[in-house]
Design a binder for this molecule. Structure first.
Ligand SMILES: C[S@@+](CC[C@H](N)C(=O)[O-])C[C@H]1O[C@@H](n2cnc3c(N)ncnc32)[C@H](O)[C@@H]1O
Length: 214
């Protein structure tokens, strides 16, 4: 199981989403055929809403993979904004660079190769939005490092926070994922209870936490 919702609900919600950019649609299809872990369609639609609401022009992303979400977010910003994104796999990094060039977005998207845990500190700047979509055990570290660079009123999105339902139900937890589940539960408590933030956890895709920085 890759998702936390009933399939027919997901299918229906996704059938409502209209993406006019044919090249982007083809890119998504290609990623899906390869089973790459790109954002769920409905998560993309929610990201689109947030970018529009914030009128975001600067986004920091943890977890590039082959660049689908970075390209998608750049397109939502109508090629006027900047995305800074991090990928630790050299193979995916190279592929992302190629895809970004192919979409003509070299000037809009900057990809950093390396473990974001280590290289996030090298970044200077302030961001309207952050999108955390990488190693789940490190979400707290990613969040705190991004937090220092967020503009007031900015939003941090954390993807896959319900992790196939395991975060909400002990019955679903498989043994080898116990540490990850504990870390994600602690992370959700932190972003939900700290008075500096307002967080809503949505059962969208594999769970999306939306955190407003007050
Ligand atoms: C779920 S995929 C990202 C998908 C991408 N956001 C999209 O929707 O198109 C997660 C990616 O994060 C990378 N990753 C995991 N932990 C990382 C870390 N600590 N630093 C940098 N990249 C990391 C993985 O190699 C993987 O390619």
């Amino acid at each position: 199981m890759d998702n936390i919702n009933r399939e027919y609900i997901d299918e229906y919600i996704n059938s409502l989403i209209k993406e006019d950019n044919e090249k982007l649609n083809k890119f998504r299809e290609c990623c899906e055929e390869r089973n790459l872990p790109i954002i769920h369609k409905e998560v993309g639609q929610f990201i689109k809403l947030i970018i529009n609401q914030l009128n975001a022009k600067s986004i920091i992303e943890i977890g590039t993979n082959v660049g689908y979400s970075a390209i998608f977010m750049s397109k939502v910003m109508k090629d006027e904004g900047k995305v800074i994104t991090f990928e630790r796999s050299e193979k995916f990094y190279k592929e992302a660079l190629k895809n970004i060039r192919d979409f003509g977005l070299d000037n809009n998207i900057q990809v950093y190769l390396g473990d974001a845990v280590n290289i996030l500190d090298e970044i200077e700047g302030s961001f309207d939005m952050a999108f955390i979509d990488a190693a789940k055990s490190y979400y707290r570290i990613f969040f705190d490092k991004c937090l220092k660079m967020m503009k007031p009123g900015g939003i941090i999105l954390s993807d896959n926070v319900l992790y196939q339902g395991m975060i909400a139900s002990d019955e679903l937890v498989v043994r080898r994922k116990k540490t990850l589940v504990r870390n994600l539960r602690n992370y959700l408590k932190y972003i939900s209870h700290d008075e500096r933030f307002v967080t809503s956890v949505l059962p969208l895709g594999d769970g999306l936490a939306v955190t407003l920085i007050k």
